[in-house]
Design a binder for this molecule. Structure first.
Ligand SMILES: Cc1cc2nc3c(=O)[nH]c(=O)nc-3n(C[C@H](O)[C@H](O)[C@H](O)COP(=O)(O)OP(=O)(O)OC[C@H]3O[C@@H](n4cnc5c(N)ncnc54)[C@H](O)[C@@H]3O)c2cc1C
Ligand code: FES
Length: 345
């Protein structure tokens, strides 16, 4: 028979919540059963949204993606709570504040209407949603993501808005179309203006960190640009003074998108520089040639700068950039990242 243990979650602002968890259920499910909604998304060990550090007690960890929880982190006591089965009472520190915990499911979900779908490059589409109903407020921190449900299914995928929190109900997503992918196929073939779509969120801990006037370098692979654009747009709206550079990389010129939006932003923000990088480009390409990893390495080496670094995109690009930062002496606590892990990875 399963034993019952106490789980205490300690948030970044030193608040805590305690609930019961059976040894045969994972911590996220046990919390939901008791109307406590901790940060989570895929609930299958693949996205790292539910990551925490276990500081007391023992547990069994189910199957997790090594991208979401690398071996060194597992060894250091980090856990994915959706795959964590307590075998004693446990205490877990989570990297977000108490306010991010919800105590009712309604607080997390809402309906939105598709108000725009368009192709913006050879492999990226832009999806515009507007929240339905009287309460139009869209609350999130730039860098967070929402889970979108494919209409008439229970399949959800995570996407990070490129716009900022607003009272008009607007959400703007930039979505890479993956051959044969479920959401990608829906977007390409079925999504149309007027369609209703269920949205859950916001989730995630990727976002701007306060570190005085330290410059911020943002590195985006493909649609990894979305949360980065949201953060830089937020800086623009609030006149934040830090110097920033966006390194935006794609493989070919056909894949580039949002150049006009980026150039407009840079013309309005004296603090912003752009490095638009294409890996396999023609001689006519007027910006950077090569990968974002190489261009960032060049800049850091030439200037000796030690900025805060924000990374987002495919796991391979994020890992390669992280290694460059480490080699060039940027402390890993000042490298903030989000990997666009495929669902169920
Ligand atoms: C926190 C978070 C935020 C995200 N935000 C965004 C975003 O803003 N924009 C965006 O475009 N994506 C984003 N993603 C990725 C997104 O959630 C989906 O995984 C992706 O769109 C594929 O979904 P799909 O249903 O089309 O494909 P699926 O049906 O999930 O996958 C079909 C096949 O394609 C493979 N596959 C899936 N994704 C990729 C990939 N990126 N590269 C190569 N192969 C892949 C799968 O392994 C599978 O074999 C985010 C992911 C996370 C975890
Ligand atoms: S919610 Fe736990 S890894 Fe995705």
């Amino acid at each position: 028979m399963a034993n019952t243990h106490q789980v205490t979650i300690i948030t970044q602002d030193d608040e805590s919540v305690t609930f019961e968890c059976r040894s045969d259920e994972d911590v996220i499910s046990a919390a939901v059963r008791q109307d406590i909604y901790l940060m989570s998304s895929c609930r299958e060990g693949g996205c790292a949204t539910c990551k925490g550090l276990c500081t007391e007690g023992d547990y069994v960890l189910g199957k997790v993606s090594s991208q979401a929880l690398p071996y060194e982190e597992e060894e250091a006591g980090e856990v994915l709570l959706c795959r964590c089965y307590p075998s004693t009472d446990i205490e877990v520190e989570v990297p977000y504040v108490y306010e991010r915990i919800s105590f009712s499911p309604e607080g997390l979900s809402f309906e939105a209407e598709v108000v725009g779908v368009s192709q913006v490059s050879s492999n990226v589409m832009r999806l515009l949603l507007n929240r339905t109903g009287d309460d139009k407020q869209i609350k999130f921190e730039s860098g967070q993501f929402f889970d979108l449900e494919i209409p008439n299914t229970t399949t959800t995928r995570s996407y990070s808005p490129a716009n900022t929190a607003n009272k008009k109900g607007e959400l703007e997503f930039l979505i890479r179309v993956v051959e044969g992918g479920k959401f990608s196929t829906y977007l390409k073939n079925e999504a149309h203006v007027g369609q209703k779509i269920n949205v859950k969120g916001a989730s995630g801990i990727f976002g701007l960190k306060e570190n005085g006037f330290t410059p911020r370098y943002f590195v985006a692979g493909g649609t990894g640009l979305a949360p980065i654009l949201s953060m830089v747009r937020h800086m623009h709206q609030w006149d934040e003074p830090q110097k920033c550079i966006i390194y935006f990389g794609v493989n070919t010129e056909e894949e580039i998108f949002f150049l006009d939006e980026l150039e407009k932003l840079a013309s309005e923000m004296k603090t912003l520089e752009l490095r638009n990088c294409v890996w396999k480009c023609s001689d006519e390409w007027r910006y950077e040639k090569g990968s974002v990893v190489d261009v960032l390495r060049r800049d850091l080496t030439e200037t000796g700068a030690k900025p805060d670094i924000y990374l987002c995109g495919p796991p391979g690009m994020v890992d390669a950039t992280f290694n460059v930062c480490e080699t060039l002496g940027i402390p890993k606590e000042r490298v903030y990242l989000e990997k666009f892990l495929p669902s169920g990875s």
